[in-house]
Design a protein around this ligand. Structure first.
Ligand code: ATP
Length: 311
């Protein structure tokens, strides 16, 4: 009886584990409002050459599919002829009004969707020719709104790398400056968070996401800056953390505050799915165009207020 019980119990544990991870993935996709509509090409191999993870968009055109009954058709063009390169270890920042297509770039790099025209490559390999899992493994995302699971703080941080030890989890939390907060709660890392647990502020959630990303330690990073109003002390602290995390990583920053992009290798100014200006902060200021006027608008904003709303 005992002999039978143990394997069944063991299977039960495995079943719960699998179900949990499927639920989490499912939830992640639902919450992030992404559809799983891409599939691996037959015989696709994992992404290679990740020590030199240059990211390139070459003449990328994209529109989201529109569902009509059971049929899908291409919707309006969202990206039109986007080309840029993020050299190894550099940061490219994208700015522009709401709806101009900034976050879509991040979704495409993570391969939530396939593009209709052009190429997106990582280390010279087109992302749709390699396995989807290997692309996602190579990229860490710190999203606008971090998805927290109804589980412990430790689980939520370790989601970046299953099998991480408690010491590794704590080290990541310290680096993301969330450890002291966690340690101050009665149950520490065993505290339940999420809908049914401890509610974290936007900034605290973002720190959990940073800790998750630090633990995952991917060669490529995507930061989708939060649009929500963080006070400026918090904003500066988070920016400093993000910069630390981005050191030597190939990084795409979707920026809402121009102060974040000043040091970027290149800044892309987007409008209605096109890049209308590009260059370093100094070059764009000298150009005296859209970026320069966005910059002077944000300088006029009172220090404690969030970024000026997008036009
Ligand atoms: P924001 O600064 O507000 O985050 P953004 O520049 O990041 O905006 P995107 O999220 O890339 O803009 O959206 C670009 C356009 O694509 C918008 O017009 C948006 O309505 C549309 N869009 C975004 N997601 C979808 C989707 N899943 N299906 C259809 N259209 C979408």
């Amino acid at each position: 009886m005992i002999q039978l019980y143990i394997p069944l119990n063991f299977l039960g544990v495995i079943y719960r584990e699998i179900k949990q991870s499927l639920t989490d993935l499912d939830k992640m996709f639902t919450l992030m409002d992404k559809e799983r509509e891409v599939a691996d090409a037959p015989g696709a191999q994992p992404l290679a050459g990740l020590s030199q993870p240059t990211v390139r968009f070459e003449n990328v055109h994209f529109s989201y599919d529109v569902r009509q009954g059971s049929d899908f058709s291409s919707g309006r063009p969202i990206l039109q002829g986007i080309s840029f390169e993020i050299p190894v270890g550099k940061t490219v920042a994208v700015v522009g009004p709401s709806g101009s297509g900034k976050s879509t770039l991040a979704r495409l790099l993570f391969r939530f969707y396939d593009i209709q025209q052009g190429r997106i490559t990582i280390a010279g390999q087109e992302i749709r020719s390699v396995t989807q899992a290997s692309v996602r493994q190579a990229i860490g995302i710190v999203p606008q709104d971090t998805v927290l699971f109804n589980d412990t703080v430790a689980y939520n941080i370790a989601y970046g790398r299953t099998g991480a030890s408690q010491d590794e989890i704590e080290a990541a939390a310290r680096a993301a400056r969330i450890h002291d907060f966690i340690a101050s709660t009665p149950k520490g890392y065993a505290t339940m968070v999420g809908e049914r647990g401890l509610k974290l502020s936007g900034g605290e959630k973002q720190r959990v996401a940073i800790a998750r990303t630090l633990l995952k330690n991917p060669p490529i990073l995507i930061f989708d800056e939060a649009t929500s109003a963080l006070d400026s002390a918090n904003e500066r602290a988070i920016q400093a953390e993000l910069q630390g995390v981005a050191q030597n990583k190939t990084t795409l920053v979707i920026a809402h505050r121009l102060s974040t992009v000043v040091d970027a290798h290149e800044i892309l100014v987007m409008d209605a799915g096109r890049i209308i200006e590009r260059g370093t902060h100094a070059q764009l200021l000298a150009l005296g165009g859209r970026y320069a006027s966005m910059w002077s608008l944000q300088q006029e904003a009172p220090p404690e207020s969030p970024a000026a709303p997008s036009p």
